[in-house]
Design a protein around this ligand. Sequence first.
Ligand code: F0G
Length: 413
Amino acid sequence: MYTRLHEYFDVRCIDCNQSYGVDEIVYTCRGCGGLLEVHLDIERLSDVISIGLWRERPLNVWRYRELLPIFDDSKIVSMNEGGTRLLRCRNLAEEVGLENLYIKCEGDNPTGSFKDRGMSIGVSKALELGFKATLCASTGNTAASLAAYSARAGLKCYVLVPAGKIALGKLSQAMMYGARVLAVKGSFDSALKVAIQICLEEDRIYLLNSVNPFRIEGQKTAALEIFDQLGFNPDNIVIPVGNAGNISAYWKGFNELRMLGLTEKLPRMHGVQARGANPLVKAYRSMSWIVEPLENPETVATAIRIGNPISWKKALRTVHESRGSMIDVSDEEILDAQKLVARMEGLFIEPASAASIAGVRRLVEEGVIDRNEVTVCIATGHGLKDPEIALKICEPPIEVDPDTESLRRMLTV
Ligand code: F0G
């Protein structure tokens, strides 16, 4: 049935609107170099979509099958990604001064981050297009996810990571899933540049960074899930921003819901960067459409340690169109927020994810978000990804002799 879907999709340049077929291998516009986006003919798709049918399917990425540009069912590579918890956080809400605060727990995904949503589509597409190998540059989570999905698909996988700058959990995942891990002597930004170059030259290797527009199609399903889980769209989404693909993926998802006539309401999108890796915040503050890359980005949140976000234009458009904002938070605020959410809600999320918690606190303080607005923070990755941080910032275990007297001295209840 889904081979027919082919007719409803094409890939378009967000700048010059040049259209490409869904089976063309193209990462950026051949005419103007602009970013690409998968375009859906929503009007015609509405005829094949049944909301009732959606609701009968399990909550995961593939519930929204008709909105996903994979046409050959036999090529689908899935581990039931998506369907992550949307948890109401009453303790944290009170702490930051909100009535309705939710956290979308993307660490629930198969490899522990939101990347799995995009990789399910991206690696399925690699098979559909006949590739034998995949490649990405990554601060860690993309690498872990691509490695896992490529393993399941029987594809060779290469991941480029900034040497010495990726969290231990992520590195061990990529290695265990059998990817060839290449530690680039430089930043993530330099790794991404060379990753794109090599995939343009070696046309047998499929590039699966988020510049690849098919990945965004998987990631947009998180927005659809939030709508399904709440029964309506929230007032605000607060989300960490690194290479800037995910914030625009959510925005695309929310807009498709609106175009399908399921809701009129769109949330305001608030992007959060780490202070030491904040080129988009700087551009946003100066009301500029020119993003000055940062040569040496630095933050404890290694996942978003990015100085030259490739999807900057999509992210700035998202923030402006949604009347949201782009803010930065210090490493100290990030680590405080990471502890806070663990200790108040029992949620262990990685530092980059905690940027959204630090961000919501600030947005409430600054009056950007009102007390009674329904707000969802996106916790993009699991805390176990970066165990070294926890060991660094928490009280170490206390040694105790194995007798009740010694033990009792330690108990203060
Ligand atoms: N949170 C986590 C845990 C991430 O791993 C990333 C990105 C982001 C947020 C930011 O998302 O790049 O779409 O704005 N990680 C990429 C990687 C760069 O290689 O794993 P973004």
